[in-house]
Design a protein around this ligand. Structure first.
Ligand SMILES: Nc1ncnc2c1ncn2[C@@H]1O[C@H](COP(=O)(O)OP(=O)(O)OP(=O)(O)O)[C@@H](O)[C@H]1O
Ligand SMILES: [Mg+2]
Length: 497
């Protein structure tokens, strides 16, 4: 299958004339046809093949007229075989906004074996630039090359294109200044060393997040948002970011009604991240009755980040500071009448660290609150806690997940009766928060436990093996546990602000 070429030709695929040419990622055509594709004032041409990938094209005596020579990897990428027809069009490079600022690639051996290789990122970047500079690379494209006597393959991942936002471009021109970032597939035997800014690409322990494993239910979408918005720019090395002039997100605010899992997230977020443990504090804990002590507590929180920014500059690790119950210390300035002005000075102090003269570039402040309405407005402006994510009451699916999390242990130990239908319970628990769902499970358990207790003889051995929490226990629990927001919709509105 091929598309009819508009301003080009339909050519027949053949193999690259020689092995060393196969490792250049160029395509080849006959001398007679070369001028159809040649770029003005250049000794090479550019073609788009089947509208999918763009290759440099060179003339070669061994290629017959009407043929396009491609190597095996190129054919695999295009999903074509020898003798297939492909549409080949001359490709005009866009005049601007096409250079690759950064390219993320996955490096692997062509033939998989038990080989081990340590690769210096700085050296291989130079080699790859030398070989492929001037070529157009596209996300998902595979390119083969030879390096220190071994044949390798790289697969293009995300690319960052000049003048385009992250995630917008999928192809661009490799230039001498393009920054390479390397990754390897798990267990590939390749070890990348000396990767500049590599630390930030390894910010997360895994590529896919499984929040349920962390005991957080129903918040997958919210988590996706947090990571996309707060960490996206951190994944690129600092020298790239400084070239692009994108400021990092320095503050995120998670807000929403009580018991929805904000504190839980604060406690678990560190488990997703490599390296430095986030600092977790809560508002009331920072407040001190001693004069000046609260301000000092806040200063101390930032001390490590400050020291590292001074000594390592842009190469500094990311310091995550999680502020739970932020409303306790960041009430609107002038709103508290305790006469001490402590809140005012703390707000000012935080603002200075985030975007003041001595602002830090290596921090991410994550604040949590159930009263966004009480927070000082100034904290919420762009450049400060600008990413605001609502952690709302769970929807029905979320409730199934949360009930599953909190009844998992008893299920594993076969204390959960088979008649317990979590989906039916999720349908009956509208407006329940995560904490209330946890309460529901606890209450149901207490009914089951009570059945085993002989109140006439409290010393009698409990029949541990026969404890079963049944659907009936859950239904009784539903009479006991009521959602705070069941009736009082108004208070829910307050938290949403
Ligand atoms: N999404 C959830 N998934 C699983 N468990 C949850 C979830 N939300 C709440 N819980 C349970 O409820 C408990 C209390 O929730 P948490 O302290 O995180 O609420 P919060 O949002 O911080 O509330 P507040 O605004 O009052 O501080 C958690 O420790 C957890 O056991
Ligand atoms: Mg909390």
């Amino acid at each position: 299958m091929y598309m009819e070429a508009k301003d080009g030709r339909v050519l027949r695929v053949v193999s690259t004339p020689s092995q060393d040419l196969a490792l250049t990622n160029c395509s080849f055509c006959s001398r007679a046809q070369f001028e159809d594709f040649q770029l003005p004032r250049a000794d090479y041409g550019m073609v788009s093949v089947n509208g999918q990938l763009v290759y440099k094209i060179l003339p070669h005596d061994a290629v017959e007229k009407g043929c396009l020579a491609l190597n095996a990897i190129q054919r695999r990428c295009l999903k074509v075989s020898n003798n297939d027809a492909v549409a080949v069009e001359r490709y005009a490079l866009p005049a601007s906004g096409f250079n690759l600022v950064m390219i993320h690639v996955e490096l692997d051996f062509i033939s998989k074996g038990k080989k081990q290789e340590t690769i210096d990122a700085a050296i291989i970047s130079k080699e790859l630039t030398k070989r492929f500079s001037g070529q157009v690379l596209t996300t998902d494209q595979k390119v083969s090359f030879e390096y220190v006597g071994t044949n390798f393959l790289f697969t293009v991942g995300t690319v960052l294109v000049d003048g385009q936002l992250e995630g917008e471009g999928s192809l661009g021109l490799l230039i001498d200044d393009t920054v390479w970032q390397f990754e390897t597939p798990a267990n590939s035997g390749i070890k990348i060393v000396n990767q500049k800014g590599g630390q930030s690409t390894n910010l997360f322990k895994t590529k896919e997040f499984n929040f349920q494993k962390l005991g957080i239910g129903g918040l997958d979408a919210e988590f996706g948002d947090i990571f996309r918005r707060a960490f996206a720019s951190r994944v690129f090395p600092p020298h790239v970011i400084s070239k692009l002039g994108i400021p990092h997100v320095k503050g995120i605010l998670l807000f929403g009604p009580p018991g929805t899992g904000k504190t839980l997230i604060a406690r678990q977020i560190g488990k997703l991240l490599n390296g430095r443990e986030p600092k977790v504090v809560n508002g009331p804990e920072v407040l001190s009755k001693f004069v000046g002590e609260t301000e000092k507590n806040v200063r101390d929180l930032f001390a490590d980040a400050e020291a590292e920014q001074k000594s390592r500059g842009d190469e500094s690790d990311l310091h995550i500071i999680i502020f739970d119950e932020l409303d306790a210390i960041c009430k609107a300035r002038g709103s508290t009448r305790d006469g001490t002005g402590v809140h005012d000075s703390i707000v000012n102090q935080l603002l200075t660290k985030i975007d003041g003269v001595e602002s830090l570039n290596n921090i991410l402040l994550i604040g949590m609150t159930n009263r966004k309405d009480l927070l000082d407005e100034a904290l919420l402006r762009p450049g400060r806690m600008e990413v605001q994510i609502e952690i709302g009451l769970p929807d029905e699916n979320g409730r199934i997940q949360i009930l599953g999390i909190h009844s998992n242990k008893m299920k594993e130990n076969s204390f959960l009766s088979a008649d317990v239908d979590l989906e039916a319970l999720a349908a009956k628990t509208q407006n329940f928060s995560g904490a209330e769902l946890e309460g529901l499970v606890k209450s149901a358990t207490s009914f089951a436990l009570n059945r085993q207790v002989n109140f006439a003889d409290l010393y009698k051995q409990l029949d541990e093996d026969n404890i079963k929490v049944t659907m009936d226990d859950f239904l009784k629990a539903l009479d006991e546990v009521k959602p705070a927001f069941g009736a009082a919709i108004n208070t829910l509105e307050l938290c949403r602000y």
